[in-house]
Design a protein around this ligand. Structure first.
Ligand SMILES: *Cc1c(COP(=O)(O)O)cnc(C)c1O
Length: 219
C-alpha cells in the first residue's frame, strides 16, 4: 500500500472532530513529501534535531508537532517554528518553553503529558502533580505558552480492557481540570491513540491521534 492510500483510508475513518498527526519520525523527507502531496499538513516527530532538519527542507505551511520527550536545553532549536509540544511534563520545562517563545515573540501551544500506563518507562505527570502545576502561581505567570489539553500513552499491551481503562482515565482527568482553567489554558485537546489503538482512543474521547506506522510503514 502507498503512503497516500494509507493516509486516505485513515482519514476517512476519523470523525470530523479528530485531528490526525502523521508521525514521520525516522522516515526520509521523500516519504513526508508523499504525505504532504496527499494533503497532510500536520507532522509529528520525536527528536528535535530531526524535526528541525525536516522543517528546513519541507514546505512552510506544515504544522510541526513535537511528540517525544523534550530536554530543556534543546527547546531553543524548535521554538521559532514548532506548532504544538505534546510531551510537557514539568513546570521547569514549561518555563523554558515560555522563555524561548518570548524570545521569538510568539506563543507556543503545549499539551501536558499524563502518566496513565502501568509501565515504568513512560514519562508524564500524575493527577496530583497536574493539579499542583495548574494551580501554581508560577504557572499563571507564563504568558507565552498556552495549554491546549492533555496527552497520554497507554501501556504497550494486547489487553484492550487495560488500554480502554487508561484512555478513560485520561479523559476523566481532562474533564476534571476544566474548572482550573487560567488565562493561558484552552483545554480542548486530548492527544491519545497511535496506530494500534487509535479507534479505541477515539471511542474514549480522543480528539487528536498520532499515527506513524499505519501511514508510513514499520520503522
Ligand atoms: C512513535 C510514536 C507514535 C506513533 O506510533 P505508531 O505505532 O507508529 O503509530 C505516537 N506517539 C508517540 C509519542 C510516538 O513516539
Amino acid at each position: 500500500m502507498s503512503i497516500q492510500s494509507n493516509l486516505n483510508t485513515i482519514k476517512e475513518s476519523l470523525p470530523e472532530h479528530v485531528t490526525l498527526v502523521a508521525v514521520s519520525k525516522t522516515k526520509p523527507v521523500s516519504d513526508l513529501l508523499q504525505a504532504y502531496e496527499a494533503g497532510q499538513r500536520i507532522f509529528g516527530e520525536n527528536k528535535i534535531q530531526e524535526m528541525t532538519e525536516k522543517w528546513e527542507q519541507m514546505p512552510k505551511d506544515i504544522q510541526w508537532h513535537m511528540i517525544g520527550h523534550v530536554q530543556s536545553n534543546k527547546v531553543k532549536f524548535m521554538a521559532p517554528f514548532v506548532s504544538l509540544i505534546h510531551g510537557v511534563d514539568s513546570l521547569k520545562l514549561l518555563q523554558e518553553i515560555n522563555k524561548q517563545a518570548l524570545k521569538n515573540n510568539r506563543t507556543i501551544d503545549c499539551l501536558l503529558q499524563i502518566y496513565i500506563a502501568e509501565e515504568e518507562s513512560k514519562f508524564g505527570l500524575d493527577e496530583n502533580e497536574l493539579n499542583e502545576l495548574l494551580t501554581s502561581v508560577e504557572f499563571k505567570e507564563l504568558k507565552n505558552i498556552r495549554i491546549l489539553g492533555l496527552m497520554g500513552m497507554a501501556t504497550f499491551t494486547e489487553n484492550q480492557n487495560q488500554i480502554k481503562k487508561e484512555f478513560t482515565h485520561l479523559k476523566s482527568i481532562f474533564d476534571s481540570i476544566q474548572t482550573l482553567k487560567t488565562e493561558n489554558c484552552e483545554l480542548n485537546t486530548i492527544s491519545m491513540g497511535m496506530s494500534g489503538d487509535y479507534q479505541l482512543a477515539i471511542e474514549c474521547g480522543s480528539t487528536m491521534v498520532r499515527i506513524g506506522s499505519s501511514i508510513f510503514g514499520g520503522r
